[in-house]
Design a protein around this ligand. Structure first.
Ligand code: FES
Length: 141
């Protein structure tokens, strides 16, 4: 099945301890309830490296980077972004001095990082290496 949109839910320890598993389940439940369960692939990934802002959820190909997500946000992520194509603005990460929406690679926190092992997190499924999502990598072009 060729999905057009992907929701990556951080499954790292920090985010898991802040209900990422509940977010993952609720996103699936909402996608099914809103009739788009077959149109969006929802996967867990490794740590995005920004644990203090977790739980992290990223939507591709829009590159929406949501922080401090709660299970109750799943309904809006599905209805607004997946169905209507509008980002959930209140969940987007914003630096204090950069008020606009930021791409992940523009976030100050990531400027001095060079990810190697988790460079393709969310793009390659470690449990099925043949399943490759032909989208941009999570972090750096
Ligand atoms: S555990 Fe989610 S960003 Fe690190």
């Amino acid at each position: 099945m060729a999905y057009k949109q992907f929701i990556l839910v951080c499954g790292g320890t920090g985010c898991e301890s802040s209900k990422a598993d509940d977010i993952f389940r609720e996103l699936h439940a909402q996608a099914d309830a809103q009739g788009v369960g077959d149109e969006v692939q929802i996967v867990k990934t490794g740590c995005f490296g920004f644990c203090e802002k977790g739980p992290i959820v990223k939507v591709l190909p829009a590159e929406s980077f949501y922080v401090e997500v709660k299970p109750g946000d799943a309904k809006e992520i599905i209805s607004e972004q997946i169905i209507k194509g509008r980002e959930v603005n209140r969940l987007l990460y914003k630096d204090d001095h950069k008020k606009d929406r930021l791409k992940v690679e523009d976030i100050d926190f990531y400027q001095k990082q060079y990810r190697i092992v988790l460079r393709n997190c969310g793009i390659i499924n470690p449990e099925n290496i043949d399943e490759y999502r032909p989208l941009r990598r999570c972090f750096f072009p």
